[in-house]
Design a protein around this ligand. Structure first.
Ligand code: ZN
Length: 287
C-alpha cells in the first residue's frame, strides 16, 4: 500500500457539487418550465450556500474541490471566479447535470467537450477533474474521459483509496466516493420526497465521524460530497464545522483536494489497476 505524502495517515477531501438549478431542467423539464419552487430552492446553492462554504474554508484555512455543471457556471460566473480566486480546484460535472445513462454516446461526448470549453473559459484553465452527475457512469465513459484529457474521476464506490481504472485509451485515476458521505442522502428535502424524514444532524455527524475514524485507521482517502443548496443551511454548516473540528483533533491528516490526490496518484508506481468494465461473470449470467 502506497503512503500519503510526508507520512500522513489519511487524506481528507471536502468537495462541493455546485449543481444550482441545472438538474431540474433535465430531470423534470415540464415542471421546470411551469413551476418556480424547486428551481428557487436549488438557486439557494450558488446565491447563498456557496458563500458560507467559502467563508468556512477561509476561516479554517482548508482546501476543497468544487464540481460545477457548465450551465450553473455560466449562470453564476461570480461563483467560479470566487472559487478560482480562493485557490480551490474546479471539476467537470456535466453541462445541465445530465445523468449519463440518459444520453447517447454522441450526446455524452458533446456534453463533455462543451463543459470543458465553458468551465475553461470562465476559470482561465482547463479543468481535468471529473465527477459524473448522480455518480452514474456508462461503460464507455472512462475511455471517453481519458480521450478528452480528463485525469481523474470521482464517481465509483468499490474502494476507499484511489486506484487506476484501465481503459483502452490509458488509465484514469479513480477517487472513490460513497452515498453515506453525501449530504443529499440525509438532508435533501423536496416536495417530491416529503415522505422521507430529514435526518437528525447529530446522527449524520456520528455517521461521518465514524467513517472518518475508520479511514484514519486504514489509511484511506475520505471524500465528503456536499451541495451548497442542501447543506448550505445553518444547522448543516454547523454540523460540518463540528466534523472539521473533530478531524482536526486527529494526527497525520492530509487536508487536500481531488486535484492533489490525482497528481499524487499519477506519481505512484504501485496503485491497484482495475479493469473497466469489470470482468464478465464466468460462464455467463444464467445459472
Ligand atoms: Zn451533482
Amino acid at each position: 500500500m502506497a503512503n500519503w505524502p510526508d507520512g500522513r495517515r489519511v487524506a481528507v477531501c471536502l468537495s462541493w457539487d455546485v449543481d444550482g438549478e441545472s438538474a431540474q431542467y433535465v430531470r423534470f423539464p415540464d415542471r421546470a418550465r411551469r413551476q418556480l419552487s424547486e428551481l428557487h430552492q436549488r438557486l439557494y446553492g450558488p446565491q447563498v450556500g456557496v458563500w458560507k462554504v467559502l467563508d468556512l474554508l477561509d476561516r479554517y484555512g482548508l482546501p476543497a474541490t468544487f464540481y460545477i455543471p457548465a450551465y450553473t457556471a455560466r449562470m453564476h460566473p461570480e461563483v467560479v471566479r470566487a472559487v478560482v480566486r480562493a485557490g480551490h480546484p474546479l471539476g467537470l460535472h456535466g453541462y445541465m447535470h445530465e445523468t449519463l445513462d440518459t444520453l447517447t454516446p454522441e450526446e455524452e461526448e458533446r456534453v463533455l467537450v462543451r463543459s470543458q470549453e465553458v468551465l475553461g473559459d470562465l476559470a482561465g484553465y482547463r479543468p481535468t477533474l471529473y465527477r459524473s452527475p448522480s455518480w452514474e457512469l456508462n461503460r464507455h465513459t472512462p475511455e471517453l474521459l481519458v480521450r478528452h484529457g480528463v485525469r481523474s474521476d470521482s464517481s465509483l464506490m468499490d474502494d476507499e483509496r484511489p486506484y487506476l481504472l484501465e481503459t483502452p485509451a490509458g488509465p484514469l485515476v479513480e477517487i472513490p466516493i460513497q452515498w453515506l458521505l453525501d449530504d443529499a442522502e440525509h438532508w435533501n428535502h423536496t416536495r417530491a420526497n416529503r415522505d422521507k424524514a430529514i435526518a437528525d444532524p447529530d446522527a449524520v455527524f456520528r455517521l461521518w465521524a465514524g467513517e472518518f475514524e475508520g479511514y484514519h485507521q486504514a489509511g484511506g482517502c475520505y471524500v465528503l460530497t456536499l451541495h451548497p443548496f442542501i447543506s448550505g443551511r445553518w444547522v448543516y454548516m454547523q454540523t460540518l464545522e463540528r466534523l472539521v473540528r473533530h478531524i482536526l483533533g486527529f494526527p497525520g491528516v492530509w487536508w487536500t483536494t481531488l486535484e492533489e490526490v490525482t497528481a499524487w496518484a499519477e506519481r505512484q508506481s504501485d496503485l491497484p489497476r482495475r479493469a473497466s468494465p469489470p470482468p464478465e461473470p464466468v460462464g455467463g449470467i444464467r445459472p
